[in-house]
Design a protein around this ligand. Sequence first.
Ligand SMILES: *Cc1c(COP(=O)(O)O)cnc(C)c1O
Length: 954
Amino acid sequence: MPQAFVQRHVGIDSHDIQHMLGTVGRAALDALIDEAVPESVRERRLLELPGAQDELRVQQRLRQIAAHNKPHIQMIGLGYYDTVTPAVLRRNMLESPSWYTAYTPYQPEISQGRLEALLNFQTCIEELTVLSVAGASLLDEATAVTEAILLMRRANKKCASTTVLVDADCLPQTLAVVNGRASSAAFDVVVADLETEWPSGEFFGVVLQAPGASGRVRDNGPLIAKAKAGGAMVTVAADLLSLTVLVPPGEQGADIAVGSAQRFGVPLFFGGPHAAYIAVRNGLERMLPGRLVGVSKDAEGAPAYRLALQTREQHIRRDKATSNICTAQALLANVAAMYAVYHGPEGLRAIAERVHQHAVSLATRLASAGFAIRHAQFFDTILVQVDGTAIDIVSRAAESGINLRLVDADHVAVACDEVTTSEIIDTVVSAFAATDASVREVSFSLPRSVMRTSEYLQHPVFHSHRSETAMLRYLRMLSDKDLALDRTMIPLGSCTMKLNSAIEMEPISWPEFASIHPLAPPDQVVGYRQLINDLETWLAEITGYDRVSLQPNAGSQGELAGLQAIRAYHQSRGDNERDVCLIPKSAHGTNAASAVLAGMRVVVVDTAPDGNIDVADLRKKVAAAPERIAAIMLTYPSTHGVYEPAVGTVCELVHSVGGQVYIDGANLNALVGLARPGRFGGDVSHLNLHKTFCIPHGGGGPGVGPVAVREHLAPYLPGDPQSQDSDEPAPVSAANFGSAGILPITWAYIALMGGDGLVHATQTAVLAANYIARSLDPHFSVLYAGPTGLVAHECIIDLRDATKRSGITAEDVAKRLIDYGFHAPTLAFPVGGTLMIEPTESESLAEIDRFINTMIAIRKEIDQVEAGVWPLESSPLRQAPHTALQVTADNWDMPYSRRIAAYPSSAQYGSKYWPPVRRIDGVHGDRNLVCSCPPPEAFMTAQPELVTTQESFS
Ligand SMILES: *Cc1c(COP(=O)(O)O)cnc(C)c1O
């Protein structure tokens, strides 16, 4: 297959394959796979997928599909608005591999650029909401409200109530998600129109929407005061743009603010991906769900950024975690942050005022034509009473290319946004068939009591990059600080950092995919529905399940959706007592956290000495309370990187007592085309399209975590959040198709590879992992392997013995890899003191060998420490990573040379990656929590040597 896409996607050719097989000691790829994958799970039938097509054909096909989507001017609102993505941001961030191929910034020394961008996001949110700490993004507004409710319940210890009071004017998708989560997360919801009634009873929390879904703007101060007087905490779901002109929640006494940052330059994408934000008042920061960027210092004392607090705790605390969120929306948060950097406070305010003026002008014209405007106070959305003609008006507008919101037969809502013009307002007025009859003189203006007077975004970063040249260079300066897939392999176990090819990425910016509102009428989204249909069918075929839902927008959300389906299934059979979720010790942290959120109790199953699930322990735990077993959550292949032969036994055991089997599909890269979880024992799985199926990691999101089920669970898959039907299952995301806007990436990947190509990818991924395992084993022991001595698609190398003998830790090795120009493997998961390596099929043999040789060189460095040549504390390993500033300093008092520090191998000679900071002190940052942009002076004083040098020149 010369020149086929598969040859572009897979980094090794047939010659390399022979060489690697030689090292692994196997004669052929098929033989390797036959030995590695247990017969009990293996399937030999070919995947029934369309045959592989070349890049041109796939692009043409996608263009045809896209042509069936009709981008209109979107004035539906409800949390989704047209916005202009500044071209400089689109091209140099959203579409730039240096941003989108980056991994989550767990290794902060090589992530300072994206951490700074996320810190800008946090600072922007903190200042617009006037709350002291904001997180680095959540998944969407509706789930952010749910996270806020759970936070209020944890934090409001004074209050015994389990009921939250939610204003009826919240977004409908928020109400649907909150109601859906209530039963499993054990809180009750009372929804009331707080404008007219305040229900009796005690509430641990109150949720308000500002402005309301109806567009209404009101002074929330009195309601917040009333809630607090009753002992409740308060969350306000606030529109970010409106906060530039309206009183922010923090100034009215709210404890938490959440919302969407979509309209800060992020395309509509048919509902997602968009970054949600959350900000909390002082005292709540340690309970914040999701990731938080903080400022700490490096070994030199210079300010340096890293993920703070619960970031690590998510894996460590498992069932006691603050939430199950892992992958969030980093890339979109960064776009939103840079939108604020680009426009600055005056620019944002000007946009908000223009949007408001258009809404006022529309309201005035409609009112003078005799229409009643329901709320006299609004920001961007007006609700118009139309007495039975709503359908006509909305369809007339649609004929002129504008989508309005059909509220009911008598009401139409119109939302203005950044792209609204007076011509558009004219067209909307004519769709209402309104003649400017001046029936009534009405004027609309907002009272002083709701207007913001405080300043925001005063930090220089929001004032210094206003020209496009400055913006371009700022983005480039930041991304130059980071290591992403565009510079080096990222050998992260469990995360499958494979190629995100340009041909797969391109379509997401096409207006036919990017500019579609999630509530656009069905005839405008025919292309999307087809793409979604294809993907659901293909993923069902690949996984062996019967039905797939693409709604969950991360693996964690797929887990929650799957476990909720299991719970609902048990309940439908009267099995209300089943609440135990068995989880192996080695499981990913999200598994336990999701089980708790789904209302289950976690019972941990031990690991046997060979790393496999301890079947005897499992039998014991099942026998202890067989009628209580709801499910087991397995990862396959296991997080130890092994195809466990006993998986069939494990599934049978759990099924035999009436439990369900959840197979975490994050490791599907070792299975595609070889084995199907829906056929070897699973009832439900989630997949991570941002791992196995080429959606890039984006520096920590977006993601797509489809949930796939067998037939009996299909009725409980996530429902449409806009459905009015009370039988509709609970949704897990705000948008019906979650992060639909990035689905073309996976569609293109599968279409380009075809069934054969996908199998080849899996086989070569497994070969590459075994090649690394075999090559490194003489130097570092490989912790676990299957009965035939083979690993799956990743391997764990054990440094605990080296640590015992030399003091050098796995972390030291991770940091030393930076000096060699590599991103570290997964550190300390799932086993402390180890590194987990996953090369994927996309890496070339040269890059894999560079990694192996580097690891061997590092092994020799460890030996030097062990032999006493280098004292531990002043070894290149402990001192790593080394900055340019450090190795060019006038003083050098290390027992190794500067050359060894900076250029430990010849591979760095031509293109050296210089980390911008030395090793970061995480503990210092957690003790002295700072989560907003530090003042510029902080960077000056921290580099005494540099300052002196500058002075000597001046
Ligand atoms: C990545 C991963 C998850 C979580 O997926 P997110 O998209 O980050 O929420 C769950 N389980 C395993 C084994 C994983 O590797």
